[in-house]
Design a protein around this ligand. Sequence first.
Ligand code: ADP
Ligand code: NI
Length: 227
Amino acid sequence: MTNKEDILKRTEDFAKNFFQKEYTGHDWWHTSRVRVLARKIAVEEKADLFIVEMAALLHDVSDYKFFGGDDKAGLSFVQKWLSSLEISKREKEDILKIISHISFKNTLPGLADKEKDVSTIILSKEFMAVCDADRLDSIGAIGIARAFTFGGFYKRKIYEPSIRPNKKMTQEEYKTTDAPSINHFYEKLLKIKDMIYTKLGKKIARKRHRFLNLYLKEFYKEWKGKL
Ligand code: ADP
Ligand code: NI
């Protein structure tokens, strides 16, 4: 086993352990799927596979939801892990840069926090591969399963026709909303297709987007008791 393979294996175990008791759709298997898909995209884009796999494995370990809503606490937890490994300063920075800019929430209008604004960083191939893979896992059949899992965990209703989706949420509203899970399709999932960076990512997104629309069509049909 090379040094890099060993680091990846140790990081995989670290992430697996971190997500052991996770039931909101952000579990280990989400991380595992993101790793696999990010790698495929990275091969097409000729990106650095080590950086991509490391960032994919750690991208949700830093999630604010696991640190009482605090983005910074999560990031410093990952920073500590990276410092314990024999990787260069440059590699560590590249991984952290991807992780700190990946969140969908941070693409929504929020406080003037330039650090978090993805448009202020140079989009690297590695960032695009991991970010696309993460976003693709929130749409399609798996994305639907994750949305309702998240909704159930946070005691959200499946659907409430009187509560209209808010397509122009701020970061704060996104974090605190208690809207039904169907609204999330309009507030995030259906927007994903146009937020994908890579060629392969776009191809996958088109297929998964069609599936979301098909699902919604069936959902409303059944809701109205149509045959
Ligand atoms: P990010 O960490 O990129 O901001 P999210 O936390 O938005 O990502 O999403 C994590 C998962 O939970 C995704 O599958 C997402 O679609 C789902 N999710 C987030 N918010 C909601 C919600 N209000 N209702 C249903 N699913 C949600
Ligand atoms: Ni993720």
